[in-house]
Design a protein around this ligand. Structure first.
Ligand code: HEC
Ligand code: HEC
Ligand code: HEC
Ligand code: HEC
Ligand code: HEC
Ligand code: HEC
Ligand code: HEC
Length: 360
């Protein structure tokens, strides 16, 4: 170590450890509050409501602070993701947002952990609130059709029809049909509303079988991608419309809107973004082809293509692999699902690996 870096290290260490009360933790964790989306503190809320969990802490000298936590209801839970803060002395807050699932009910607990690594000190503060479900009976989708005929007609064309009714996403409608207004019905804008049906296991592992992703895992795929950080399912989807038969309305935000600078070369201007980035790497009912030309029947929600990965690298055992940037698709799905001699000219893995870097 040079003398210069030794001095720097000393200064850094003393900055974080020295101070008025040496040895004592340099912080106080004031507490956690639960507010609605306008910032008003609440102790009661309704299913579907968007909430914010706010942790307030103070430092009397600079420190590195890690905060994370859990929201736990009687039949659901949610992680509050890790936030890392390097701060000077002062009063600070961290806010997480999320929504209450449509089927939530009763007492709910929020635990936030504040951890200061240099002091190896953990403090937990909690807050409590109650979810008051609408005291309303379920009335069935047909009752909604009278006033929401357009939505109803669109829904009838989707795969949600007939078993995933309006109330599966919007909660019981009994109070709403008596007094129709936004205050008597739930809209859940978060992916947690889709998770109960579009995920397997606890949502973390992407399960696979015979070289293809298993069905009903859009949540598992999405959650550890970049889109999982920035977008909810509902930012791309209007779930009232069918992706198959009313695509323009079902996909309300085309890729190009957020990625306007992506150009496609190699004579593939007519190929859609989804053909390469959401290929049929998922099997719901059937698969076709074999070996590197194997494909399923359902679009993947992984999006990221890893050119340098070899054929077979996408799965280990019965799960999709995640590297430091999350899960990825290999070129047998991104390219060979078309370049298989049937849908387009036949290529092998090595040739598409050579040309993949030239697509954009
Ligand atoms: C008697 C007519 C009527 C019936 C029946 C009805 N609604 Fe509504 N609904 C309304 C009205 C009026 C609004 C308020 C529109 C507004 O204020 O923008 C509304 C709004 C909504 C909203 C939007 C809430 C918001 O935050 O914007 C949803 C979701 C909804 N209804 C779902 C349903 C469901 C599900 C059913 C069947 C269980 C149903 N409605 C039955 C009249 C009705
Ligand atoms: C109560 C269970 C349930 C919930 C909640 C649910 N889905 Fe589905 N969804 C299904 C089932 C079952 C299918 C049909 C089987 C399949 O496609 O795998 C489906 C199919 C779909 C399809 C394809 C529909 C088509 O016709 O093209 C889309 C898109 C979709 N869901 C999006 C969503 C989104 C977005 C949410 C959350 C806002 C959601 N779903 C919530 C059960 C559900
Ligand atoms: C798969 C979940 C799901 C199902 C099933 C569903 N909705 Fe929705 N609904 C949503 C979501 C999510 C939104 C918010 C959409 C947005 O802002 O893009 C919404 C919004 C609405 C709205 C207000 C905005 C609009 O698009 O008009 C109404 C009204 C509504 N739903 C009625 C219904 C009715 C009636 C049914 C049954 C025929 C139904 N929904 C079925 C998830 C669902
Ligand atoms: C970045 C935009 C985007 C996000 C975010 C997104 N989707 Fe999709 N989804 C799409 C597109 C585009 C398709 C149509 C793919 C195709 O058929 O080429 C689709 C298709 C689907 C399908 C039908 C698959 C099939 O092939 O039948 C389901 C189900 C679905 N999405 C559910 C979800 C759920 C649940 C979430 C959230 C966990 C989600 N999506 C998030 C863009 C998105
Ligand atoms: C509402 C905006 C939005 C839409 C719609 C959207 N994206 Fe993205 N996408 C983003 C953002 C934000 C990122 C993260 C950007 C970053 O990290 O540079 C991203 C990242 C990506 C990445 C890089 C993923 C990674 O892990 O490196 C790919 C590939 C991608 N998007 C493809 C698509 C495709 C294909 C569609 C259409 C099906 C689409 N996106 C729709 C906003 C969007
Ligand atoms: C012919 C297949 C193909 C099509 C079509 C395609 N992409 Fe890509 N895309 C790729 C490949 C392969 C990569 C990885 C490139 C690399 O790593 O050099 C990539 C990378 C990306 C990335 C992440 C790379 C980065 O760092 O910016 C984004 C975002 C993206 N594509 C968006 C899109 C959008 C939006 C469209 C539609 C306009 C689209 N792609 C159409 C094959 C395709
Ligand atoms: C939706 C189907 C589809 C997908 C997915 C697809 N391609 Fe293509 N590709 C085509 C079509 C169609 C053409 C133009 C006609 C032809 O050459 O067959 C083409 C042309 C090409 C060409 C130029 C051929 C030539 O001789 O000039 C190359 C190279 C190529 N694709 C590589 C790729 C790579 C690499 C990927 C994956 C990153 C990919 N393709 C994904 C359909 C597809």
């Amino acid at each position: 170590m040079t003398r210069y870096s030794a001095v720097l290290l000393f200064i850094t260490l003393s900055l974080f450890t020295a101070g008025p009360a040496r040895g004592a933790a340099p912080f106080d964790f004031e507490g956690v509050t639960v507010t609605d989306s306008t910032g008003k503190q609440i102790t009661q809320c309704q299913p579907g409501q968007a909430l914010r969990y706010k942790a307030v802490y103070s430092l009397d000298r600079p420190a590195l602070v890690l905060l994370y936590g859990y929201v736990t209801g009687s039949n659901w839970s949610k992680k509050l993701d890790l936030r890392i803060r390097l701060r000077l002395s002062g009063l600070y807050s961290v806010v997480w947002s999320g929504s209450i699932p449509v089927n939530a009910n009763g007492d709910t607990r929020v635990d936030v952990v504040e951890y200061t690594p240099l002091f190896n000190e953990r403090i937990v503060r909690s807050a409590f609130f109650t979810v008051q479900p609408f005291e309303a009976p379920y009335v069935g989708s047909d009752v909604c059709s009278g006033c929401h005929s357009t939505v109803y007609a669109a829904w009838q064309q989707t795969l949600h029809y007939p078993y995933v009714g309006c109330e599966a996403c919007h909660g019981p409608g009994g109070a709403h049909i008596q007094a129709p207004s936004p205050a008597t019905i739930v809209i859940d804008y978060y992916a947690s509303g889709c998770k109960p049906c579009h995920s397997r296991n606890d949502g973390t592992v992407i399960e696979a079988e015979n070289g293809l992703i298993k069905s009903q895992q859009q949540y598992n795929e999405w959650v550890s991608t970049k889109h999982g950080i920035f977008l909810q399912c509902g930012n791309c989807h209007n779930p009232h419309y069918s992706v198959e038969t009313a695509r323009a309305k079902a996909i309300k935000t085309p890729c190009e809107l957020c990625h306007p600078l992506k150009r496609i070369y190699l004579g593939m201007q007519l190929v859609e973004c989804e053909n390469c980035h959401m290929p049929p790497a998922v099997k719901t009912l059937q698969s076709t082809g074999f070996g590197m030309y194997l494909k399923g029947d359902t679009a993947s929600h992984i999006w990221r293509i890893k050119n340098e990965a070899s054929y077979g690298d996408m799965f280990i055992g019965s799960a999709a692999v995640k590297d430091g940037n999350g899960p990825f698709l290999t070129l047998n799905f991104a390219c060979l699902s078309c370049h298989n001699g049937a849908d387009s000219r036949l290529y092998d893995y090595t040739s598409v690996q050579h040309s993949a870097t030239l697509v954009h």
